[in-house]
Design a protein around this ligand. Structure first.
Ligand SMILES: C[S@@+](CC[C@H](N)C(=O)[O-])C[C@H]1O[C@@H](n2cnc3c(N)ncnc32)[C@H](O)[C@@H]1O
Length: 564
């Protein structure tokens, strides 16, 4: 059984995976089973993960078996349905029983997926997934809409503080063929010299995954920056302008979004004023990387790093924070959408929230989501510190998600208190609704949102590339969080932006939403200055006093006027 626990650890989302899977497995001192076996199982299960994640979600295995985590479920279901020797555990072992008692349902879901893809037999499906190995080692996954294996492109953002797209097309990418569709990159040879100019985010290009640019002068001098497309959404969606006031990146290291924000801000400056960004980073070591990145991207005249600064301890009422007009919030998250960057294939983990199946189950889900909203708000009120690492066993994964969501909610509610702020973007690289739509719903329901006039930025109001981005929020999660119906939920889901990992969009898993506060709706509130004495206890108490969630389970949701 230790094999499954050992293997699950390497599939579990974690923010700071470094080194290849092979080196991480073989150098691990904590393994109780053979590293060779663990490596083989993780590599194989990760290849199957987009399919198995769907099987696990559709069968609602995680809702029935509370002791299973998403990664443990993925590995066990892999062996149950696909390994010739089945699950390597005694027939009565609780972990084995937790999946074998759902064998029929799990098998049926796998068959449905196969038939939907027009694949005749399980062996054909095996061949199809095996093809995933062709063409490289980075993030290649099969896709529901297309039987061809997909690659994860290499995205490069042109740093417009130092260069322009045209300059780069004529120099660094002079020998590249420009292709019209992203698909040509996704299914082409991994080393092809082809380039696609992105249709959503300005100054971003997609390249074949095997494109080697790290030795080019453009990369070394910071003229191009490797940044996944999804990770460019927050600064672009925030659409900050120098005339709104200064910008604050609350959780900034290593600095991809900070440097992007600097480029966007500088590009939008029509007044010749001096755009300014405060980049806050609690971890001093990571703040060092942030400073280096800012130097390389040549935005040290725009960005001031606050190294070792906890965003939650800033007093919004005091200068210079009282002058902040736009905030970019990209707090720590479970990282459940991150595409493998090494020899591990893109891992898609099943979501632990229920998908609606008929009215009874959707009522159950509604209750669960409302309980989640209440519980993360309670945790935020208690001032729970984020739980960053866990070994992803037992119920700890969902506990960790709840703790992270509470921390993310605190970050958002703190941002709402900046008296002159008018725009906020909130993002995570997680695919879990608990950290995304559910946090947004809890935020909208807070006293802070109502008191200070914050609302979601509707899809129609978003900057063009974000308005036209087709993947929106999880409407079921929004519906479940709003007791009285679908209209408000649909609008909230439309305002939210999601990216799916390992699909034809070529992105990692990601979530972003923006909040706005119209001038006539706010800028008049005042906080008790005694509350903010750079003292964690005071901050905790202040949040405790102000986050309000109805105790009553029958929450009747947001009215349209709350969100429009
Ligand atoms: C998801 S990462 C940010 C990634 C970054 N935005 C980028 O694009 O490169 C979250 C960062 O927030 C930092 N962080 C977490 N809590 C914080 C807090 N309360 N105040 C400031 N920084 C915090 C973490 O140390 C971590 O570096």
């Amino acid at each position: 059984m230790s094999l499954y626990y050992d293997a699950a650890r390497f599939l579990a989302p974690s923010e700071a995976k470094s080194g290849s899977l092979k080196s991480r497995v073989f150098s691990s001192k904590e393994l109780r089973s053979s590293p060779k076996q663990v490596y083989a199982l993780v590599a194989e299960a990760s290849k199957w993960s987009p399919i198995l994640a769907e099987v696990v979600e559709k069968s609602q295995l995680l809702q029935h078996e509370r002791k299973l985590t998403p990664s443990l479920a993925l590995i066990l279901v892999h062996d149950l349905l696909l390994s010739k020797s089945g699950i390597a555990a005694p027939a009565t072992h609780p972990l084995r029983l937790a999946v074998t008692r759902h064998r029929a349902r799990l098998g049926a879901e796998l068959t449905k997926i196969r038939i939907r893809r027009g694949i005749g037999s399980i062996d054909e499906l095996r061949n199809h997934v095996a093809k995933v190995d062709v063409g490289g080692t980075e993030g290649i996954v099969p896709n529901a809409a297309s039987p061809k294996p997909m690659q994860h492109p290499r995205w490069a953002r042109i740093n417009t503080l130092k260069s322009t797209l045209d300059d780069q097309l004529q120099t660094t990418f002079a020998g590249f063929e420009i292709v019209d569709s992203l698909e040509q990159i996704l299914v082409g040879e991994s080393a092809n010299k082809i380039l696609h100019v992105d249709k959503h985010v300005p100054d971003l290009v997609a390249l074949a995954p095997g494109t080697e640019l790290s030795k080019t002068a453009a990369y070394r001098k910071g003229l191009i920056i490797f940044q996944d497309k999804a990770s460019c959404f927050p600064a672009y969606l925030l659409d900050a302008k120098p005339e709104y006031g200064t910008c604050l990146d609350a959780c900034a290291a290593p600095g991809n979004k900070t440097t992007h924000l600097a480029a966007v801000l500088k590009g939008s400056d029509t007044t010749g004023g001096k755009p300014r960004i405060w980049a806050c980073e609690r971890d001093k070591v990571r703040a060092g990387i942030l400073t280096a990145m800012i130097g390389l991207a040549a935005c040290q005249d725009i960005v001031t790093v606050k190294a070792g600064q906890d965003f939650l301890l800033l007093n919004p009422e005091q200068k210079p924070w009282s002058e902040v007009g736009s905030l970019l919030l990209d707090p720590s998250c479970s990282g459940g959408g991150i595409i493998g960057r090494d020899d591990i294939h893109s891992v898609t983990l099943p979501s632990s929230t229920e998908k609606g199946h008929g009215p009874a189950k959707s009522r159950k889900r509604k209750r669960k989501v409302q309980t989640d909203i209440k519980s993360i708000a309670d945790k935020a009120r208690e001032g729970t510190q984020e739980v960053v690492e866990s070994d992803d066993r037992g119920d700890r994964f969902s506990e960790r998600l709840r703790a992270l969501a509470a921390f993310q909610l605190r970050i958002l509610l703190h941002a709402f208190r900046f008296p002159n702020a008018r725009r906020i973007s909130y993002s995570t690289c997680s695919i879990h609704a608990e950290e995304n739509e559910i946090v947004v719903l809890a935020t909208l329901k807070s006293n802070e949102a109502k008191q200070h006039g914050w609302r979601l930025l509707g899809r129609d109001e978003q900057i063009s590339g974000m308005k036209s981005w087709p993947i929106r929020g999880d409407v079921q999660a929004c519906q479940a969080g709003i007791a009285d119906g679908s209209l408000g939920a649909a609008q909230i889901a439309e305002a939210c932006i999601r990216c799916r990992p390992g699909t034809e969009e070529g992105t990692q898993g990601f979530f972003v939403a923006a909040f706005v506060r119209n001038a006539h709706e706010g800028f008049t509130h005042s906080l008790d200055p005694d509350v903010y004495q750079d003292n964690p206890r005071n901050v905790k108490e202040s949040i405790g006093d102000s986050v309000h969630v109805d105790e009553d389970e029958e929450w009747h949701g947001l009215s349209d006027s709350d969100i429009s």
